[in-house]
Design a protein around this ligand. Structure first.
Ligand code: ADP
Ligand code: ZN
Length: 526
C-alpha cells in the first residue's frame, strides 16, 4: 500500500515515489520542479495528459508553506483535491460551493501551517479578503492552471485571469508557475506578458505522441470499416468510439454488442449513476469499448486505451488531438482511426450556422472546422500537419500514419493551384474563399461586380472545378502553408511558400475528393 505524505519526506523524488506512487519523472517535470525549488518562476506548456499537475503539486509539498493553485474548473478542482487527500496530502479548495463554516476551517488551517495545497477559483483569490489572508500565511508557490485563460483571443478568456499579475507585485518572494496545454506562440507570448512571466523559465514540450498511429479514411460503410478494424487489429482491447449524437452512440453500442464486443454507451443524457458505473467498468474490466459523445474523457485516466475511433468528424483539430490523445498514455502502440464523410462536414457546418453565437464566433468555428477537414484531406504526413497546427515543425514525415504508410490517390493540381493563387492575388489578398471561388467560377453576383472583379483576367478561369472542389483546393493549400487565412473576414493571403509554385518550379498533388463530395453543392463557405 501507498505510504502517506509526511513532513519528513521532502525531496521531490521521495514525494514522487511515496505520495504519487511513480518511480520516474517524465520530461520535463524534474527540471520544472527544480526551477520552483530554487525559487524561480516557470511557464509550462505541455499537452493534455503530459503530467502538468505534478509540476506544481510536488514543489508545493517539498517547499515550506502551502501551495496555492488557481484553477477555473470547479469540477476538476474537487477531483484533484480528493485524489491528493487520498494520498495523505492536506489539500482543500475554496470556491463558491464551499459553505461558510467549512471555509473558516480551511482558512484557519492555512494560517496555522496545516495545509499543503489550496485550490482557489480566480475570482475568490482576487477578493481583497483572500489576498489579505494569503499575506498572513506562509506560501510555497502559486500555480496558475489553464493559464491560456488570460488570452483575449482564445475561447476560454477569463477577465479575472488578467488581474493575476497582482500576485507578482503582492507576493514577490513566492515563485509562480503558469501551465497550459495551448500551444500556439501568440498565446504563449500573451501569457508571459500578462502574467509578468518574461523572466520565468519556459518549458515547451513536444505535442507529438509517437506511439499513436493516425489513420483517417473516408467513410463508405462506417460500421463495416469499424468492424474490420476491430476484428483484425483490436480483439480484446479497450478503446473509445466517438460519435456525434446520443442516438448514434446508443445504436452503435448495441450493434457492437451484437457483434460480440463488450460495448457501453456513454453520453450526457444517461443518469449519473449509469455513467459512473460504465466509467468504472471501462477502468477495471479488460477489453471494454466505450461508445461516447465527447462528454466522455474529461478526467478519465486509463493508460492502456489501445484505440480511439471517430465515426464522425471532430469539430476542430484541437478536439481531434484531445480525443485521440486518450489512446496510449502508457506509451505502447495505439491507433487513432477517423472515418469521415462529406455528410459530416455538411452537418457540422449547419450546426455552426444555426448556433446562437456571434458572427465572430461562427467565423472562428468555421475556420476550425475547415482546419480539421484540411487535416483529413492532406496527402502528406498527418503527424507533421497536426504538429504544425500546434506551431511545431517536424522535419521528416513520421512513417506512422496512413499517408506515410500508404500514400493516397492524388491529382495534379498545379494548374488549379496557380489559378487560385493568382486570383487571390488579383482580388487584393483580403477576400474569403467564397468570393475568390465565385470569381474563379465566373460568377457575376453583386459583390463580384461591386468590386469590379468581373473585369479581372482571373474571372471565370476556373469553371472546370465545382465550388466544392475549389473549397477542397483552398483548404489543402492552407494546410500546406501556401495560403494564410487572416483577420475577421477570413481573408486569404499568399505566403512566401507560393513563389516556387507561381514560378512553375514546383508541382502540387492534392487528394482526390470522392465523386459524391465533388458534385454536391452546398452553401457552406470554404
Ligand atoms: P495534464 O494536467 O498535463 O493533463 P496530469 O497531470 O493529469 O496531466 O497527468 C496525466 C496522467 O499522467 C495522470 O494519471 C498522472 O498521474 C500521470 N503521470 C504524471 N506524471 C507521471 C510520472 N512521472 N510517472 C507516471 N505517471 C505520471
Ligand atoms: Zn506520417
Amino acid at each position: 500500500s501507498r505510504a502517506v505524505y509526511s513532513a519528513t519526506m521532502n525531496s521531490p523524488q521521495d514525494i514522487l515515489e511515496h505520495v504519487f506512487g511513480y518511480t520516474q519523472f517524465r520530461s520535463p517535470q524534474a527540471e520544472v520542479i527544480d526551477t520552483l525549488m530554487a525559487g524561480r518562476d516557470a511557464l509550462v506548456l505541455m499537452p493534455t495528459g503530459g503530467g502538468k499537475s505534478l509540476c506544481y503539486q510536488i514543489p508545493a509539498l517539498a517547499r515550506p508553506g502551502c501551495g496555492v493553485v488557481i484553477s477555473p474548473l470547479i469540477a476538476l478542482m474537487q477531483d484533484q483535491v480528493e485524489a491528493l487527500q487520498a494520498a495523505g496530502v492536506r489539500a482543500a479548495f475554496l470556491n463558491s460551493s464551499v459553505a461558510f463554516d467549512e471555509a473558516q476551517d480551511i482558512e484557519s488551517a492555512l494560517l496555522h501551517g496545516e495545509l499543503d495545497v489550496l485550490y482557489l477559483a480566480p475570482e475568490r483569490l482576487l477578493q481583497p479578503r483572500t489576498l489579505g489572508l494569503l499575506q498572513r500565511a506562509q506560501l510555497s508557490l502559486f500555480a496558475i492552471d489553464e493559464a491560456h485563460c488570460v488570452s483575449q483571443w482564445g475561447h476560454d478568456f477569463r477577465a479575472d485571469y488578467l488581474q493575476l499579475n497582482c500576485l507578482h507585485e503582492q507576493f514577490p518572494n513566492v515563485p509562480r508557475i503558469a501551465l497550459t496545454a495551448t500551444a500556439d506562440q501568440r498565446t504563449r507570448a500573451e501569457i508571459a506578458t500578462r502574467l509578468d512571466l518574461e523572466d520565468a523559465r519556459h518549458f515547451v514540450s513536444s505535442f507529438d505522441r509517437p506511439n499513436i498511429q493516425y489513420r483517417i479514411a473516408q467513410k463508405d460503410n462506417a460500421r463495416r470499416q469499424l468492424l474490420q478494424f476491430l476484428q483484425s487489429e483490436q480483439q480484446g482491447n479497450a478503446g473509445i468510439v466517438y460519435c456525434l449524437s446520443r442516438a448514434k452512440v446508443e445504436s452503435t453500442a448495441e450493434w457492437l454488442c451484437q457483434q460480440g464486443f463488450t460495448a457501453l454507451p456513454y453520453h450526457a443524457g444517461l443518469p449519473a449513476a449509469t455513467r459512473a458505473e460504465y466509467q468504472r467498468r471501462f477502468l477495471r474490466e479488460e477489453g471494454v469499448i466505450v461508445v461516447a459523445t465527447i462528454a466522455f474523457g474529461m478526467g478519465i485516466d486509463k493508460p492502456d486505451v489501445r484505440f480511439v475511433a471517430h465515426l464522425d468528424l471532430p469539430k476542430s483539430v484541437e478536439a481531434y488531438y484531445q480525443e485521440t490523445g486518450r489512446a496510449g498514455r502508457d506509451g505502447e502502440p495505439s491507433t487513432a482511426l477517423l472515418l469521415y464523410g462529406f455528410e459530416d462536414v455538411v452537418k457540422l457546418g449547419q450546426m455552426v450556422e444555426s448556433s446562437d453565437g456571434s458572427e465572430e464566433h461562427k467565423r472562428q468555428e468555421r475556420a476550425r472546422l475547415n482546419a480539421m477537414l484540411g487535416l483529413c484531406e492532406i496527402t502528406s504526413c498527418r503527424r507533421q500537419a497536426l504538429l504544425r497546427y500546434f506551431a511545431e515543425e517536424q522535419p521528416e514525415p513520421c512513417g506512422n500514419c496512413d499517408t506515410c504508410l500508404e500514400p493516397p490517390q492524388t491529382w495534379d493540381a498545379t494548374e488549379a493551384a496557380a489559378k487560385l493563387l493568382s486570383c487571390v492575388y488579383r482580388t487584393g489578398q483580403r477576400f474569403g474563399a467564397a468570393h475568390v471561388i465565385d470569381v474563379l467560377r465566373g460568377s457575376e453576383n453583386e459583390k463580384v461586380r461591386k468590386f469590379g472583379h468581373d473585369q479581372l483576367t482571373t474571372h471565370g478561369i476556373g469553371t472546370e472545378l465545382s465550388a466544392n472542389e475549389w473549397r477542397a483546393v483552398v483548404r489543402q493549400l492552407v494546410v500546406r502553408g501556401y495560403l494564410e487565412v487572416e483577420g475577421e473576414f477570413q481573408g486569404l493571403r499568399l505566403t512566401e511558400a507560393c513563389r516556387p509554385l507561381l514560378r512553375g518550379e514546383e508541382t502540387v498533388q492534392l487528394r482526390k475528393l470522392p465523386p459524391k463530395a465533388a458534385r454536391a453543392e452546398t452553401r457552406r463557405a470554404a
